[in-house]
Design a protein around this ligand. Structure first.
Ligand SMILES: NC(=O)c1ccc[n+]([C@@H]2O[C@H](COP(=O)([O-])OP(=O)(O)OC[C@H]3O[C@@H](n4cnc5c(N)ncnc54)[C@H](OP(=O)(O)O)[C@@H]3O)[C@@H](O)[C@H]2O)c1
Length: 341
């Protein structure tokens, strides 16, 4: 049994961490730390959790205790840097849901995040926790950088193909759509219902911070071709939908590609291969990633969808914790439809 702290437990992803932690058989107790809501009662922040979670006072992240075995960190970018080094120094395990340690080089932080990384020595110590892609390093690791939401949907869809056909890929282009919760709880004019209702727009074109993360990770599977990534905002609260178009230099059969994916994900508990393009509503409020493959001539189109707050954040973080400790990957995530039959 372990004890956990959730730093940033009053945000969107923090809320789901809380729910999972509460129902997890191996978690004895937990504390919640936050910033402006420190001193408030948890059930005043999340009244919908009455009867689900016991009330407790939100603690200030400025008075962080080091009493827990593992800390989930769910803070705006740039904030995890303040806590990760001291937690690791004390031998405490960390799973960071933010982007502060996902990239491997400090130069990429200057370029894409606009800050000087203050603990770049830890970039090579972290394990990038794309947990549905086999990674022996997760077991017994102390420090996981939980992947971004878009990168999770895109990489689960692309890695099996990239690994197999890296020499034959001419280019890949991904068009992704997200709901507004991807931007967190903080009020922003462009996310108002009156701005978004009936609307769709591309944003951060050629500037999205998840692009270098995707490129970095695909390169580890042999990708050396041009990659384009375009993100769009949908007038919905939850979910990510990614369509990746892969141009190859030779003709590939759909059966061959589908077989690669069924073999790759045969033992995966949370990746489901679909015979038709998946729908967002099949995965919202679950830890699943649903994927469909369509191949014609020299082009493969991969559609993949996840819930950004669960598979793209808190659900994947819990799955990573389970792997870290060598527990059943589905522990705590086993809730009504959270698991493949
Ligand atoms: N939303 C998603 O779909 C998603 C998916 C994957 C990864 N992530 C990443 O997860 C992290 C959290 O995202 P979120 O959507 O949950 O954000 P959020 O809803 O905005 O919540 C942010 C949390 O951080 C706390 N906080 C804000 N400023 C702080 C500061 N200066 N110092 C300490 N605590 C501070 C807030 O506490 P108070 O409310 O008390 O100020 C709140 O608990 C981000 O790095 C994000 O990129 C988000």
């Amino acid at each position: 049994m372990i004890s956990v702290g959730i730093i940033g437990g009053t945000g969107y992803t923090g809320k789901y961490l809380l729910e999972y932690v509460k129902q997890h058989q191996k978690i004895l107790d937990y504390s919640i730390y936050a910033n402006s809501s420190a001193g408030s009662q948890l059930l005043d922040i999340f009244p919908e959790l009455l009867g689900v979670i016991e009330n407790q006072t939100i603690q200030s992240v400025n008075a962080l205790s080091f009493e827990h075995d593992l800390y989930f960190i769910s803070l705006p970018h740039g904030e995890s840097l303040k806590y990760v080094p001291m937690l690791l120094e004390k031998g405490i395990k960390v799973i960071d849901l933010g982007g502060d340690y996902r990239l491997d080089s400090k130069e990429l932080y200057n370029e894409w995040y606009g800050f000087e990384h203050s603990s770049s020595n830890l970039l090579s110590e972290k394990v990038y926790g794309l947990v549905d892609i086999a990674n022996e390093k997760i077991l017994n690791s102390n420090f996981i950088a939980n992947p971004g939401c878009y990168p999770t949907s895109v990489q689960l869809g692309l890695i099996p193909l990239v690994k197999k056909f890296s020499d034959e890929i001419i280019s890949i282009s991904t068009v992704s759509y997200s709901g507004t919760s991807g931007a967190g709880k903080k009020a922003k004019t462009e996310l108002l219902l009156s701005e978004l209702d009936g609307n769709v727009k591309a944003y951060s074109v050629n500037k999205h911070r998840h692009q270098p993360e995707i490129e970095q990770e695909l390169a580890k599977y042999g990708m050396k071709s041009p990659y384009a990534f375009t993100t769009h905002l949908l007038p919905i609260a939850r979910g990510i939908y990614s369509t990746s178009t892969v141009h190859l230099n030779y003709e590939v059969s759909e059966d061959e590609v589908k077989q690669i994916y069924s073999d790759w994900y045969a033992d995966s508990k949370f990746v489901r291969m679909r015979n038709t393009p998946p729908e967002l509503k099949w995965v919202v409020n679950t830890n699943f990633c649903d994927i469909n493959i369509s191949a014609k001539d020299k082009t493969v189109i991969i559609t993949s969808t996840i819930d950004n707050l669960i598979k793209g954040a808190s659900g994947q973080a819990i799955q990573n914790m389970n792997k870290m400790y060598g527990w059943d990957e589905t522990l705590g995530l086993l809730n009504s439809n959270f698991i493949k039959a």
